[in-house]
Design a protein around this ligand. Sequence first.
Ligand code: CO
Length: 517
Amino acid sequence: MALAETLVDQEQLRADWARGYESQPEEHAGWVSAVSGAIPPELSGTLFRNGPGLLDVGGRRLHHPFDGDGLVAAFSFVDGRCFYRSRFVRTAGYLAERRAGRLLFRGVFGTQRPGGWLANALDLRLKNVANTNVVHWANRLLALWEAAEPHRLDPRTLDTYGVDRLGGLLRDGEPFAAHPHIDPFCHWDGGAPCLVTFGVKPRFDGTSVLKIYEIGPDGLARRTQELEIDGFAFLHDMAITPNYCVFFQNPLRYDPLPYLFGRQSAAQGLRSLPGQATSVLVVPRHPSLGEPRTFQAPPGFVWHHANACEEGDTLHIDSVWYDRFESFSPAGDFRALDFAQLPYGVLARTSVDLRTGATERRELGARCCEFPVLHPGRVGRDYRYVYTAAADAPEGPGILQTLWKVDVASGASEVWSPGPRCFAGEPVFVPRPRSAAVAHLTTPDVGDPIGNTGPGEDDGWLLALVYDGARHGTDLAILDARDLAAGPVATLHLDHHLPHGLHGSFSSGRFAPEDRY
Ligand code: CO
């Protein structure tokens, strides 16, 4: 009986998961009226989220959700109320396919044009789907997709202005990563915040070109670097400290031929190289700190880093590690997921001794997790708390259904589950205004807070989208980050679903319609 119940539950869970990948072709705008609990009045600003909105085009299913057109959602909080808006990024590809009513482009992650390999061979156009992240910086709202330029949006209406080359910083079609990191206190810039990001382009000669961009709050480049890397570099994320940028070049090889000949899409040529070391690339952010160096770390694969910090001559980099890179398969349907076969993401700390070159890795917890985030004031610094989306079970692979908070100093952790038929997305941490940790960072005479974990680091809210399979709708859960187990202080129930999404960020800007509040 118990076994039968478990099987039914797993079937239900798989069906719910698949339904969370139904396209959402509609766009929405309005004040959210269905709220359980109370939105904290001090919560002020806008949560921006991005992810694939269309999982089929002209009746044809996409092969992988990463190929879906970006649907940006904005939740603007004003005096205890929330204005919600969702809009597709008007990329050239989205507009062309909408006009044609059919699929016109190959996707990078598996979607092929109809007509077999002949219809796809030598079609090397990249469809920039602008679906991976969205960040508000220097008065620009940018929808990000790592293989090409960002798209600039109007933060109030989410209208698309078009591709943004950041005042000439980027060339036509230049890769620009979807994981910017904001140094809250850049000591090279007198303590001003600075956005640090990169772009990487593999070349057919087996090397890769990495560009690093540091952009000030005025939108102007503070520092840029260009490096040639040996080997194929598939870099999705990076980590920063006050003095360094850190990249993990995991052991992969790339076979472009099936892509060129139209038999597979671009990313399906990526293969894990089991047993080979991870190359840790440490790039000084300032020339006075010397040349870039590489170190050898254990094998495995990392999509996302939680944070990094410096302790004397040692760098600590906290990341979600998998035992290998899982190839993007040309076969099968991503909706028919076998939860038991899922890759197992484990939060772990890699420590690199910059003097001796020794590296070591230790786990920070056993729960399967992804999408690690932290207090924005602790980026690059010693810190206490990481928040992730995580599996329901305390160990073993599993689909992301809960939110999980880990104290990296003590190993203590806390979990919140929204329900057996719910799926949690990436959380975003928003500090409570005037909280001790914020004051610590913004008090001028404190100086650079390296090494000083501010008091009350978890004094704030955790915001996360939750897809509820029972009602085929999406909620936004707002939790007090000091007490996840207490459950949300407020839950906003949208009257529709947003497909399982990717990344987002919080801006202190209020972008609700002014005449309405
Ligand atoms: Co990512």
